[in-house]
Design a protein around this ligand. Structure first.
Ligand SMILES: *[C@@H]1O[C@H](CO)[C@@H](O)[C@H](O)[C@H]1NC(C)=O
Ligand SMILES: *[C@@H]1O[C@H](CO)[C@@H](O)[C@H](O)[C@H]1NC(C)=O
Ligand SMILES: *[C@@H]1O[C@H](CO)[C@@H](O)[C@H](O)[C@H]1NC(C)=O
Length: 352
């Protein structure tokens, strides 16, 4: 059934109730009440009665949520509520106070009473729906000026009274009040709690701790590869991330992961990330991205080695005849010696 259809049925039923009850009616001031666990809830209503009725004819007023054998059970007699409920009734209005509300108190509360006709009862239905939440508290951060932040405590449910909050810095109670001023850039943890309740309170808000950076894949990179730098930190509210290359003013990327596709030598260098949330910001240490991995070979170094080896071969080829000449100098010189020996012998012969 759609909510509007449900509302229509309830409306029709209540019209029927009113018609059959000769002008009796209970108007609840609020039909939906949300409360934090441990707080105090006030529920109030006005009774409309047929003309000519003396308010003193309204008797035995009480509030209930449960029925037993078709009869409403007075909250005041319910052991689950003992010591926690107070009724205050004036001539034609009634108030219910429940202190230290629990999640099990979430229910529909209705007022019932006896009318002037003997044995006739009237119940104000539909009643007031109470929802009790565990905490639902949230610290909201607003920048007050360049150095101060204003923290306020908010509930996911609309509180039925003006709540007072305790403020905590690193779990130590430092103040009571609706808001707290703190300096920005702090990594201290701030939280709020409903005054006098001993629950968890809100989650703490805090600026980012120094982010840690990592690179994936961590193995050797080749030109044309893609590489992803990841920045992470602990912060609440969650931080956003910006990537910088050392000695550059404008950011390279935003987002927790920074992927460099088509890696080139230009990409090598030192990178860092900045994590920022409403509470502050923090820069990581430098992450070094080498142009080639240690001991690894990129295509450019392979090319260099090939060129080097080729040059070496050319040099050797060119140098061999020269080296040969220098290492075995006797042989070529022997020929002219022999040549001269022949004339010498000839000369010898000539001498002989
Ligand atoms: C960043 O990458 C990691 C894995 O490397 C992944 O688990 C995470 O979800 C990514 N974060 C974002 C915001 O894309
Ligand atoms: C990051 O968050 C801060 C506030 O927390 C905001 O001022 C800033 O513009 C954000 N930066 C990016 C890149 O989303
Ligand atoms: C982080 O680095 C950026 C860019 O160099 C700079 O603007 C910012 O002030 C630095 N943040 C901190 C907290 O040092």
């Amino acid at each position: 059934m759609s909510p509007s259809a449900g509302g229509l049925v309830v409306f029709l039923l209540s019209v029927q109730v009113i018609q059959s009850q000769d002008g009796w009616r209970v108007n609840y001031l609020k039909t939906d009440v949300c409360a934090l666990k441990g707080s105090t809830v006030y529920i109030s209503c006005d009774i409309t009665h047929p003309p000519g009725i003396d308010p003193s004819d309204i008797k035995d007023r009480f509030w209930f949520t449960k029925e037993k054998d078709g009869e409403p059970v007075d909250l005041g007699t319910d052991s689950e509520y003992s010591g926690r409920v107070t009724y205050v009734c004036y001539s034609d209005s009634c108030y219910l106070t429940i202190t230290d509300v629990r999640e099990s108190d979430s229910a529909e509360y209705k007022l019932t009473f006896m009318t002037n006709k003997p044995g006739e009862k009237y119940t104000g239905s539909p009643g007031v729906t109470l929802s009790v939440t565990d905490s639902g508290l949230q610290v909201q951060v607003r920048r007050s000026d360049s150095t101060w932040l204003e923290l306020t405590c908010h509930s996911s449910c609309v509180l039925s009274d003006h709540p007072e909050y305790d403020w905590f810095k690193n779990e130590e109670n430092i103040k009571t009040g609706s808001s707290l001023l703190v300096s920005s850039g702090s990594t201290d943890r701030y939280s709020c709690d409903l005054r006098g309740s001993w629950d968890n309170g809100s989650p703490a808000v805090y600026g980012p701790q120094r982010p840690s950076v990592s690179v994936s894949p961590s193995a050797v990179m080749l030109e044309g590869d893609s590489v992803t730098l990841t920045c992470s930190t602990d912060a609440n509210p969650a931080a956003n991330y910006t990537w910088y290359k050392e000695h550059e003013d404008s950011p390279r990327a935003s987002g927790q992961n920074f992927t460099i596709t088509d890696f080139t030598a230009e990409h090598s260098g030192n990178y860092y990330c900045e994590a920022q949330n409403e509470m502050g910001r923090s820069n990581s240490t430098l992450l070094r991205i080498p142009s080639s991995g240690k001991g690894g070979c990129t295509w450019s170094t392979t090319k260099d080695i090939v060129i080097f080896v080729l040059l070496l071969i050319i040099i050797i080829v060119l140098a061999v005849p020269y080296i040969k000449r220098r290492m075995f100098p006797e042989r070529p010189e022997q020929r002219p010696e022999n040549g001269t020996q022949i004339p010498l012998t000839n000369a010898g012969h000539q001498e002989e």
